[in-house]
Design a protein around this ligand. Structure first.
Ligand code: 13P
Ligand code: SF4
Length: 333
C-alpha cells in the first residue's frame, strides 16, 4: 500500500484529521504555503508532470545543486530523491530541507557506502576518489570531488593525466568516461536499475522501424546501448539536443519523466521512449522518483516533514567535494 492509500484509509477510519484539498484547491494551497513560508520547490526532470509544472525551479542534478546553493528561501522543498535533498542540506545547513517521501531512494546510491569506499581507497593509496552525485552523504564525505553527468567529463579532463582515480558508484558512467577521456579509472560496481533496463535488441528494432530517428541515451545506460547511440548526454544536454538540433525524431533512452519537458521544448518533434527488457513493467520510470506525489508535496509543506537531517561532521566532510565540483564546473552552463 502506498502512502497516499494509507493516508486515505486512516482518514476513512477517523484516525487522521488531515484533509487534503483536491484539484485546483491543492495547487492553490501549495502556492499559498510557498509564499507564506518563503519556500522554494526544486524538482528534478524525473518527477511527475504536475510536480514539474508547480516547481519554482526544474533541473538536472547539477542545476538543482547550484540552485540549492544560491537560494534565499527558508524552506527548501526538494522534489527528487534522497541524495539530492541531502546535497541541498549539505549546502544549506541553516535551512530546513524537506522531501515529500523519505523513501525516495536510488539503486545507485544504495550500491555504495562510505565504509566500502574507504576500504577500496586503502587498496589504492595514491588514488583520488571522484564520486557521482548519486550517492549518500557518507560516500560524499569519503570523496575528493563530486561530479554529475553534466560535468563528469570536464572535471576528469581537468585532472593530471597520470592521476590514479577511483570512480564511484556508477560503473556505466565510469566506463563511458574512461572511454571518452582515455583514462583507466578504477570503477565501483554500482548501477541504476532504470538505465540498465533498456533492451538493445528492442531498441535496434525501434531504430529499424524509425530510420530517421536519432537514438539519444543517458551515460548511466549500459555500454551496448551507448555504443549505438547517436548522442550520449546528461539530462540537461539531452533536452538541449532535442530542442536545438535539426533532427525531428528521437528514440529516448533515459527515464521517461524527461519527456514532459521535452514535449514542451520541442512540441512538433517525434519522441519515442526506448523499450526495456521487461514488457510487463514501467521499467523506464524511476519508481523512487515517482514516490513523490502532489498530495505528499502538500503534506510536507504543511507539516514541514519529513525533514533531511545529518551529522555535522559528515556534512562538513561532504561539503568539500561538492564545493570543489561547483568550483571546477563554473564553465559548464
Ligand atoms: P542527471 O540529472 O545528472 O542527468 O542524472 C540523472 C539521474 O539519474 C538522476 O538520478
Ligand atoms: Fe537513482 Fe536511477 Fe532513479 Fe536516478 S533514475 S534516482 S540513478 S534509480
Amino acid at each position: 500500500m502506498n502512502l497516499d492509500n494509507a493516508i486515505s484509509n486512516l482518514q476513512a477510519k477517523g484516525y487522521l484529521d488531515i484533509e487534503i484539498p483536491k484539484g485546483t484547491g491543492l495547487i492553490e494551497e501549495i502556492n499559498r504555503m510557498r509564499k507564506e513560508k518563503n519556500a522554494i520547490i526544486l524538482a528534478h526532470y524525473y518527477q511527475t508532470g504536475d510536480i514539474q509544472d508547480i516547481a519554482d525551479f526544474l533541473g538536472d542534478s547539477l542545476q538543482l545543486a547550484r540552485e540549492a546553493e544560491k537560494t534565499d528561501a527558508d524552506l527548501i522543498v526538494f522534489c527528487g530523491v534522497h541524495f539530492m535533498a541531502e546535497t541541498a542540506k549539505i549546502l544549506n545547513p541553516a535551512k530546513k530541507v524537506v522531501l515529500p517521501d523519505l523513501l525516495a531512494g536510488c539503486s545507485l546510491a544504495d550500491s555504495c557506502s562510505g565504509e566500502g569506499l574507504r576500504e577500496l581507497r586503502k587498496q589504492h593509496p595514491n588514488a583520488i576518489v571522484v564520486s557521482y552525485i548519486n550517492c549518500d552523504s557518507s560516500v560524499k564525505a569519503e570523496s575528493d570531488i563530486i561530479v554529475t553527468s553534466s560535468n563528469a567529463r570536464h572535471i576528469i579532463d581537468s585532472l593530471p593525466e597520470d592521476q590514479e582515480i577511483i570512480f564511484a558508484p556508477d560503473r556505466n558512467l565510469g566506463r563511458y568516461i574512461n572511454q571518452v577521456t582515455g583514462r583507466n579509472m578504477i570503477l565501483w560496481d554500482g548501477a541504476c536499475i532504470v538505465h540498465e533496463a533498456f533492451s538493445l535488441e528492442k531498441i535496434a528494432q525501434q531504430m529499424l522501424d524509425n530510420p530517421e530517428a536519432r537514438l539519444i541515451a543517458h551515460p548511466e545506460a549500459q555500454k551496448p546501448v551507448l555504443q549505438v547511440a547517436h548522442y550520449v548526454g546528461s539530462t540537461a544536454n539531452m533536452l538541449n539536443y532535442v530542442a536545438d538540433s535539426e533532427y525531428q525524431e528521437f528514440i529516448v533512452a533515459t527515464e521517461e519523466g524527461i519527456l514532459h519537458e521535452m514535449r514542451k521544448r520541442a512540441p512538433h518533434k517525434k519522441l519515442i521512449p526506448a523499450l526495456t527488457i521487461d514488457d510487463t513493467c514501467n521499467c523506464s520510470e524511476c519508481h523512487f522518483m515517482k514516490l513523490n506525489t502532489m498530495q505528499k508535496l502538500y503534506l510536507c509543506m504543511k507539516y514541514e516533514l519529513p525533514e533531511i537531517t545529518m551529522d555535522e561532521e559528515i556534512r562538513l566532510k561532504a561539503l568539500r567535494p561538492i564545493n570543489r565540483m561547483l568550483e571546477l564546473s563554473k564553465a559548464i552552463k
